[in-house]
Write a protein that binds this ligand. Sequence first.
Ligand SMILES: Nc1nc2c(ncn2[C@@H]2O[C@H](COP(=O)(O)OP(=O)(O)OP(=O)(O)O)[C@@H](O)[C@H]2O)c(=O)[nH]1
Ligand SMILES: [Mg+2]
Ligand SMILES: [Zn+2]
Length: 279
Amino acid sequence: MVQLEDGTVRQCFPRGKKAGPAVGDRVLVAVAGEEGSIERIEERKNLLYRSDEMRTKQFAANVDRLLIVVAPEPEFSDELVGRALVGAWSAGVEPHIVLNKIDLPSAEGARERLKTFRHLGVPVHETDATNVSATRETLLPLLRDRCSLLLGQSAMGKSTILNALVPDARAHTQPHSQALGAGRHTTTTTRLYTLPEGGDLIDSPGFQAFGLHHLEPEDILRGFPEFKEPTSECRFYNCSHRHEPGCGVLAALQRGDITPERHALYERLLAENEARRTY
Ligand SMILES: Nc1nc2c(ncn2[C@@H]2O[C@H](COP(=O)(O)OP(=O)(O)OP(=O)(O)O)[C@@H](O)[C@H]2O)c(=O)[nH]1
Ligand SMILES: [Mg+2]
Ligand SMILES: [Zn+2]
């Protein structure tokens, strides 16, 4: 679906067989009546991918900010937040965390668990998406004139946040238990909405895994900005920061400047990348 300059939306078909357009792309279209064809994809600022064991899929293009939405209930996964951060940093996208459902008493525990990400310098914003005016006050300044993507596990409240910010969106939302009963996520497609105040917001289906199989070792390293300074002290120029003597990253880990969880995630991602190469 392509939004034309006059704001109307048309169904347009991509030309050619190569990997086609992703949500967030700017495209040149030839319109004929109710339909059209995509003639060209403009150069991208960046491109986010999502992958599983089977394949890597284009996810969204030209995203300025990744809003990782978490909530106390259902409980969010640290592993998924950590992976989403790596995905953002490696693609050159600015990550933010949105702690939603702060009206629930269990919010305090979630706030505590987010400390580790706060220490990495990731801004954390807090919302109760059922409080529309407060949510708008918190998030609208962040979204103006930028393209932002809502990402997170199912039932964290992404579509509820979208509805608070874009009243015309009327995206479908439902409680977690019902979503599980139906055996799928409430939101099933990735879609871009334009904010009346300026800026774009993309809603996406909840994820249970955030595969980063497509990342090469140098991309993975970009996903760990806190490793950057310590790597300048590594004895070997091709140090993998796993077991080499004189490794600055391992020294920082010893000192407690890098957390064991982050280093373990780094090792897992490298191992996943190596497993893929042996196919
Ligand atoms: N108490 C409370 N409930 C919320 C809040 N935000 C969302 N909810 C509820 O949480 C449930 C899930 O919200 P959705 O917006 O559908 O979640 P989602 O992240 O879009 O889920 P998927 O589309 O499956 O990925 C709904 O029943 C919402 O009403 C909040 O801030 N506080
Ligand atoms: Mg949704
Ligand atoms: Zn090293």
